[in-house]
Design a protein around this ligand. Sequence first.
Ligand SMILES: CC(C)(C)CCc1c(C(=O)O)[nH]c(=O)[nH]c1=O
Length: 312
Amino acid sequence: MNLTATIAGFNFEHVMLNAAGVMCQTAEELDSVLASAHTGAVVTKSATTNLRPGNPAPRYYELPNTLGTINSMGLPNEGFDYYMDYVTKKQSQKPIFFSIAGLSKQENLDMLHQLQDSEFSGLVELNLSCPNVPGKPQTAYDFEATQAILTEAFAFFKKPLGVKLPPYFDIVHFDDIANILNQFPLAFVNTINSIGNGLVIDDDTDTVVIKPKGGFGGIGGTLVKATALANVRALRLRLNPEIKIIGTGGVTSGRDVYDHILCGADLVEVGSQLAIEGVAVFERLERELADIITKKGYSSLAEFRGQLKVIA
Ligand SMILES: CC(C)(C)CCc1c(C(=O)O)[nH]c(=O)[nH]c1=O
């Protein structure tokens, strides 16, 4: 059975990897994903120029019955140079995605210049959920800002570059973001990031479950699967075929991986369930996926990728 995929000339022996932010802040965490026999790659925690401790705890919470997670981590990371050091040491094994989330357009451009001028030979993921100017929504919800940063980035950045997008919920927004992204030679689009600004309450104490932002945080896991599949499908139908898609969101079973691929995903990321279950999740998901593929009579992902049926 062929569970491989390709993006920008990189061959991925396995279809899954971690989602940025989960199991990827330190070298030890990154190694645990990289070393798994059931991952095709690893992505770093979104980096800022300087080390960040992130928000005060509690800043992450797992809902009961693996319904999902809520987080307002606040971009804790070891800083750009730490991840640059890691990727230049490790990149011979499997492809590595270097995620960046500068707190301004200029910080993102500065990191991209450093990556362009470095020995790094992997793929870069620009996290467009990164904040924009105060008073404006996150970059990916500000279409002019998205257009601007991609125009400036592609003026000098020649290595494989993709973007991490938050979910969209309006068909016109799918059209708008796809019309912008199709103007650029993107290697991939990764959709979705957590659903922003959800709220979870502790039944016993009538209190929010995370401290930052009055309890508002990004939602991940089972709760976001339908939104994730819709964004993968909507963008696959709209984006140039050369722009590959990484499907993220709501993956807790092999069937969820299968569904992401059916909607058009080339690679599939696991976030919340990886945080809940640990790196062993990849072996379980890959086994469950292989069982489904066998039952369906397929022998490769390509045979059913993007082949979601609609009702005539
Ligand atoms: C939300 C930001 C802090 C602007 C970016 C980092 C990030 C975080 C985070 O570090 O809080 N959590 C997510 O679920 N997705 C993200 O992209």
